[in-house]
Design a protein around this ligand. Structure first.
Ligand code: HEC
Length: 116
């Protein structure tokens, strides 16, 4: 019986936690794109998701900022990460980047794909 009461209390506390989250969205629900830079924002996304295949010893070294700027400016970067028609979807054979990461890369491209 004690166990049952404990279970009941636990489920109430879980429930109230859930409710709280709805009313006060936590920061991980928000995509912050106001302070996007190459160094702090874009580079870590590319390092995590792309350089395993596009590293220094490959034809398209995305560790190299000028190579990345090249595909940003010719439109390929945005096309591949949004899985647009006519290009190979990237990261190849893996899940699409999160909406937030895609949005951050878009902000960087739209601001001129600077090495900042
Ligand atoms: C698992 C390996 C792998 C990963 C991870 C990967 N790529 Fe690729 N990428 C390739 C291969 C292989 C090609 C050559 C085309 C093909 O085989 O689809 C390619 C081609 C490309 C192209 C040229 C596409 C075209 O149609 O002209 C771009 C741009 C590109 N990748 C960008 C990226 C970006 C940006 C990421 C990270 C978000 C990424 N890739 C992650 C393997 C990968």
């Amino acid at each position: 019986m004690k166990k049952l009461a404990l279970l009941f209390l636990l489920s109430i506390s879980f429930y109230s936690c859930k409710d709280e989250k709805k009313d006060n969205p936590t920061p991980d629900n928000i995509c912050i794109t106001s302070d996007v830079t190459y160094t702090n924002t874009v580079k870590p996304i590319i390092t995590k998701n792309c350089v395993a295949c596009h590293g220094a010893a490959t034809p398209m070294n995305l560790n190299d900022v000028s190579t990345l700027q090249g595909i940003a400016q010719n439109g390929k970067l945005y096309k591949v990460i949004t899985h647009a028609d006519g290009v190979s979807p990237m990261p190849k054979n893996q899940a699409k980047l999160s909406d937030c990461d895609i949005e951050k890369i878009k902000v960087w491209i739209d601001a001129g794909a600077q090495n900042n």
